[in-house]
Ligand binder design. Structure first.
Ligand code: IPE
Ligand code: IPE
Ligand code: MG
Length: 238
């Protein structure tokens, strides 16, 4: 299955895949390794899945990388994750270039360590003209936080009540043009959203797999995408 993501009768193309990459810590624990080893392995898997998304002509993939709630974790783990993100963005320009990948970010940049925020802005700038897959990194992201920040922007622009509508709210999100999530995959066995793109997932097809993120493969991903094309999407229609 390559060349096109649209391979079955489902007439809604798969434009935007959201992935909650969960299970790194448990993967490491099973091997007697520190949680950080799971995150390191998880990054390698993320790169492979991104490549698979490009092969399937998917337009957007959003990777849940660090939530607004993940600051609750041990300082050591948080520091490791920030370092991993920074190092990856710094080192992977050639990977993005070779695969035509544009990097985008959602989440509160202002509350990230300045060196991480800087690296995100740099990767966005360097890849802004690439026209293949857009990889949206959700870092310091929370669906509620994004909504609160949108409301703040609207209030500070003194918008009249009659002008408040769904489009205005989403126009004030981190990436106004980000399409709804068509297919939401969560690895690691938990069946919850954990504050991921809740507005954009209102009509997503949900898929949960027990596979821990570091064990997830492009083959499993492609087979999950096949499952997406078997779903009937109604969007409220009869
Ligand atoms: C997901 O894996 C990665 C991040 C949240 C950064 P976890 O670290 O949550 O792994 P588990 O759920 O503890 O196994
Ligand atoms: C969600 O996973 C966040 C990311 C994958 C970045 P968590 O492991 O933080 O979610 P909970 O705490 O199990 O809900
Ligand atoms: Mg987890």
């Amino acid at each position: 299955m390559s060349g096109s993501a649209q391979t079955s009768d489902n007439s809604t193309p798969l434009v935007h895949v959201g992935i909650i990459m969960d299970g790194n810590g448990r993967w490491a624990k099973k091997r007697g390794l520190p949680r950080t080893a799971g995150h390191k392995e998880g990054l390698e898997v993320a790169k492979k899945i991104v490549k698979a998304c490009a092969e399937l002509n998917i337009k957007y993939v959003t990777l849940y990388t660090f939530s607004t709630e993940n600051w609750k974790r041990a300082q050591e783990e948080v520091g490791y994750l920030m370092g991993l993100i920074r190092g990856h963005l710094r080192a992977e320009f050639e990977f993005y270039k070779a695969n035509g990948i544009r990097i985008e970010h959602i989440g509160d940049l202002a509350e990230l360590p300045p060196d991480v925020a800087e690296e995100i802005l740099k990767a966005k700038k360097e890849t802004e003209n690439f026209t293949g897959l857009t990889v949206v990194l959700a870092i310091n992201y929370g669906g509620r936080d994004e909504l609160v920040r949108s409301v703040k922007k609207i209030v500070s622009s003194c918008t009249a009540e009659k002008d408040i509508n769904e489009k205005l709210i989403s126009d004030n999100f981190d990436i106004p043009e980000l399409p709804d999530v068509d297919f939401l995959i969560r690895t690691g066995g938990e069946k919850r959203l954990s504050n991921f793109l809740m507005w954009h997932s209102a009509y997503s097809e949900l898929f949960f797999t027990d596979t821990l993120w570091p064990d997830y493969t492009p083959e499993e991903f492609k087979s999950n995408v096949e499952e997406f094309y078997k779903r009937t999407r109604r969007f409220g229609n009869a």
